[in-house]
Design a binder for this molecule. Structure first.
Ligand SMILES: [Zn+2]
Ligand SMILES: [Zn+2]
Length: 249
């Protein structure tokens, strides 16, 4: 199956990624990727962008080289499931992803605490997606996470970079990713196949996830970014929900 969108990419603004927005769009165009979300790290990431970065994303065109650009963030999940951007800033963005990262100031210590923080983060009405829910450094009780994702209509990610042969450290655990696939099927939770690109040529690179595509549990209908129109449908519904929320405040 060919997926021609990518909901998790980083630019130079993240501090440890190496392409500009323009280069990312060109890179996506060259690879036939029609839609990308720019999800730079939240401000608590060392070298990460200032809040002004997120406040000013409106200046970036919605389309570059024919590639639709979704303006988002990969926020950091902190203690008690707090994110490192406040609600006013999150309200300005098209797409909010979040994950637990090291050196971002949280004091979460064990699997129970990681799981609780992720579940609490999912209660944030702006949150769309949990990045790399399978990772060696911050293991989660997956069934609890998947149930909470079903309740809060949050997307869970299958992260290609976690299995990239280029990386000197494999973040993922294949058996856990397969378990996530099975649980998502059981609880009808949306998944996203994303690259987590930190350079333009990594956009849409999903071959490290072949073990997922080949699994008997793989179900295309659960992949929210299986086509640009499915992403756009999702975002339209999301915006309706968010606008209601803004009016009620
Ligand atoms: Zn991440
Ligand atoms: Zn990332």
């Amino acid at each position: 199956m060919r997926i021609n969108t990518d909901l998790h990419t980083h630019t130079v603004a993240s501090g440890h990624a190496y392409s500009t927005v323009d280069e990312m769009a060109k890179g996506a165009f060259r690879k036939g990727i029609k839609l990308i979300a720019i999800t730079d790290h939240g401000p608590q990431m060392p070298g990460g962008p200032h809040l002004y970065h997120f406040g000013n994303l409106v200046v970036v065109p919605d389309k570059l080289y024919g590639v639709k650009i979704i303006k988002g963030v990969e926020a950091n999940i902190l203690d008690a499931g707090d994110l490192d951007l406040d609600q006013e800033i999150l309200a300005l963005l098209d797409f909010v992803a979040a994950g637990i990262h090291r050196l971002t100031g949280h004091s979460l210590k064990n699997k129970k605490e990681y799981t609780e923080a992720v579940i609490q983060a999912m209660e944030n009405p702006y949150l769309d997606l949990i990045t790399h829910p399978v990772q060696q450094e911050y293991p989660l009780f997956l069934e609890e996470v998947v149930k909470a994702a079903a309740q809060n209509n949050v997307i869970l990610e299958l992260n290609a970079s976690s299995y990239s042969p280029k990386k000197n450290y494999t973040r993922g655990i294949k058996s856990e990713s397969l378990k996530l696939l099975q649980l998502a099927k059981k609880y009808r939770v949306n998944l996203a196949i994303n690259s987590d690109a930190h350079f333009h040529n990594e956009i849409g690179e999903y071959s490290s996830l072949n073990f997922i595509f080949e699994s008997e549990f793989f179900e295309k209908e659960l992949i929210i970014n299986r086509s640009p129109s499915h992403v756009i449908d999702y975002l339209e519904k999301r915006n309706k929900r968010i606008n209601k929320l803004k009016k009620s405040v």
